[in-house]
Design a binder for this molecule. Structure first.
Ligand SMILES: O=C(O)CCC(=O)C(=O)O
Length: 284
């Protein structure tokens, strides 16, 4: 491996790039996030106490809001991915995850859903998260926590935590659940607003409680960084999992031009692999 950035990413399962978004875009995304959160009903927040919120960012939202479209195709982000050796990333969807003041921690989980695909047992990433925190984060206001290397090696947590995101975990029904425990090899990932944290979807991660008096928002954006180099069946699976972006054709021409290279497209006839969110016995 002659790319030290890629080697670190493959070893640790995550990679931090500082100062990717300018303050102006962070401010516009904060305003957009607050506006969209204000439209959710109280039930949404009751169901998602541990994340705070879980609002889908789909292609329609991306095409309709210039700040979101700018984020999805941001040139600084594309340079960071290029530095890691990914020169044709594709965008799937995202989430607005916003912890209100004085809210609980987020449980340990991994978001891999391609565990039936042999590629998940290699270091070639299928799906990665790009997390943009819109405020500076610390352990006190709910920064990210990760277990480095847990995307490629089974960790005791894999056998202790629920392999799925249950309603009980999301609603913080049992604070004594092992999902809320601390582990020796976890590390905190505090960042500044506008930094970018990239991680393998199947990296074990969690976040601290927000003990501050301010809201803490992250936009988690899901990309397929190496889409064009993945086997055909994996590409067919991704297309089946992400659905079609019919809204795209209705977007303004400038937005369409900006987003077009990030669209997921596969028109072959390979059979998709069944989605599986639990690692199999080959994960050791
Ligand atoms: O809220 C956070 O800090 C992490 C969010 C997260 O775990 C996710 O989007 O999968």
């Amino acid at each position: 491996m002659d790319n030290p950035h890629r080697a670190r990413f493959e070893r640790d399962g995550y990679y931090i790039a500082a100062n990717v978004l300018h303050q102006d875009l962070v401010d516009r995304l904060n305003a957009l996030g607050d506006h969209i959160l204000a439209q959710q009903d109280p039930e949404h927040f009751a169901q998602h106490k541990t994340t705070g919120s879980m609002v889908l960012i789909d292609w329609a939202m991306t095409c309709d809001h210039p700040a979101m479209a700018e984020l999805v195709a941001h040139p600084n982000m594309l340079s960071v991915l290029d530095r890691l050796g990914f020169d044709q990333p594709k965008f799937g969807h995202g989430r607005i995850i916003s912890k209100p003041p004085h809210s609980p921690p987020l449980f340990w989980h991994e978001d891999g859903r391609f565990w039936n695909d042999p590629v998940s047992y290699t270091t070639q990433p299928i799906q990665v998260f790009l997390m943009y925190y819109l405020t500076d984060t610390t352990p006190q206001n709910g920064c990210l926590r990760v277990v480095p290397g847990s995307h490629r090696k089974r960790h005791p947590l894999h056998d202790r935590i629920s392999p799925r995101h249950t309603k009980e975990l999301a609603a913080y029904e049992n604070p004594d659940d092992p999902g809320f425990s601390r582990v020796d090899d976890e590390i905190d990932v505090p960042v500044k607003a506008g930094d970018l944290v990239i991680g393998y979807g199947n990296l074990l991660h969690a976040s601290h409680a927000n003990q501050s008096a301010e809201r803490r928002t992250v936009l988690t954006m899901w990309y397929y960084p190496d889409f064009t180099n993945l086997p055909e069946r994996t590409r067919a699976t991704i297309v089946a999992a992400e659905g079609h972006n019919s809204h795209f054709t209705a977007a303004a021409p400038q937005t369409r031009a900006m987003l077009a290279p990030l669209k997921i497209e596969y028109d072959g006839d390979a059979e998709p692999i069944e989605i599986e969110s639990v690692p199999g016995p080959a994960f050791k």
